[in-house]
Design a protein around this ligand. Sequence first.
Ligand code: OXD
Ligand code: MN
Length: 653
Amino acid sequence: MNEIISPKMETVNNMRNRHDSLADLTSRDMEDFMEEMGGEISVPVLNGDWDALPANVRKYIAENVRLCRPKGVFICDGSDEEAEEITEKMVNRGLLTKLDKYENCYLCRTDPADVARVEGRTFIVTKEKFETVPHVQEGVKGILGQWMSPEDAEREMVQDRFPGCMKGRVMYVIPFSMGPVGGALSKVGVQLTDFNYVVLSMRIMTRVSSKIWDVLGENGEFVQCIHSIGAPRPLQRKVINHWPCNPERIMITHFPDQRKIMSYGSGYGGNSLLGKKCFALRIASRIAKDEGWLAEHMLILGVTNPQGEEKFIAAAFPSACGKTNLAMLTPSLPGWKVRCLGDDIAWMRFDDEGRLRAINPEAGFFGVAPGTNKKTNPVAMETCMKNTIFTNVGMTADGGVFWEGMEKEIEREQKITTWLGDQWKVGDKGKAAHPNSRFCCPASQCPIIHDKWEDPAGVPIDAIVFGGRRPEGVPLVFEAFDWEHGVMLGAALKSEATAAAEFKGKQIMHDPMAMRPFMGYNFGDYLQHWSDLNKPERQMPKIFHVNWFRLNDNGKFVWPGFGDNIRVLDWICRRVNGEDIAVPSAIGQLPVEGSLNLKGLNVSWEENFSLPKKYWVEDIEETKSFLQAQVGCDLPLTISDEVAKQEERIRLM
Ligand code: OXD
Ligand code: MN
């Protein structure tokens, strides 16, 4: 580790380089210098080279040091040595437990009050309220984002929560790239955090490297990501599981105009790994609107048919609906191959040839553990058996992991320690893992990672797929009539609630474009932006809707899902190729009976593809009221036209 250097000393050294002697300095020079450095800072730099940082980054750090008052600054370089040193410290403190069964894997248990994204405390800050949220109907509570005024944000964050929030702690400076370092579609962020768990996780989920400073150059643009667990020393709140946090005061604010994020009180990934939801979706969706591209909650996969022809698909499903499983699908049909490019976020831009090209801005998977097993997702199971941080899963007596869904994969009667630290075995009451427990592992070690997953130019998207958990009425697959109809289908997306956020129970919730929790600006403008992308000179991807979760009258799934979803991808690819295997219906193009390969399956066509009129009459009515209530006058005409056309088709069913 470098010797301790004070940035103040460094300032003087820089001044010496620029002036022959200190005596030459006027007080004006001195003021300019302090301005450039963001004022006076006097905490030690515990690691890294302060002088190597671009001036605007030094200023940003200095301002936040003054605000947060850490005891020192640690500039990360993303190296293995750095990670090893931090890991060792965390193991000694009890925050991480080494999992002896695997290579370089650790278990972390959070404070049980800090286990999920907190949507109710997540805000977008803009001067104008309606830049952030649509005009909702009077008396209706908007669900498409929460707005906060700059004055309130200043009071809540800058005046109330952040002053002194890192006292007695180290401020880590994490330079990272979303997307390949230096890539044309990539963007840079610099996260400041007082939590070492965040440093280790950001190393996995993003590209953390000192090379970022070169990419930035002297005054390059970066997204400011400021995070604190809100637990300054001396502690005001009992620390549970060595996981300091401040759940009562959690607040996550985004400043799209300033390209800035401030997150306080939580260490849980979705609230603290600011490259992910906060930057790559909320801030990036706004940058994307300004720059004419898309930042979406979508997996990216390549699917190759037995003839060797490959198609690229981007698919948007709400949280915890199986995006990771689809992205890593093991086909049940012979000769097919799926390769993964990303499981959660896609940044997409039309290229000069008019093709929509996608990159995965992330470098790792932060997957939901429960339900993942050798049958549902053998690839994910293999991917997370090394270099992984598990959070809130159970631990077996032999130093392995366990979560609900792995019952057949451990020895019977294995002793397990639950995520809450209790002794437990399969069959006992309660759960071993929290429903939102996670594995965090590098994408590069996924056995089916696509060789183009880090191609800075991205891959050309042939099809966009929307989907959700829809127990009733919604067919296995159907195709939008055209781009506008597809955008309407995305806007009408619904799914059962999941454990990824704070909601309870199984209610069906609207999650338009799977972006409800991640919208960075007015959803009406967002839909308009999607509509505007449609240009005759572009090769617009076809849009589809899928549902793996329909139940029959006995409450059983009518579709086997998982590896058999390749049959649906097969149908989608054939449609992309223009095969005549679809019939128009009231809600879109349905597969012609028999055109979906069901060989070897015992499933009913009727149960998978029927369109109960009563259900769809209610559905379109409900969708219409939802859009009227939630998007109001901001709803683009093209979308309300599509809704009206769909309503008329359903009426005529
Ligand atoms: C996630 C989520 O963690 O969508 O990916 O909540
Ligand atoms: Mn997600």
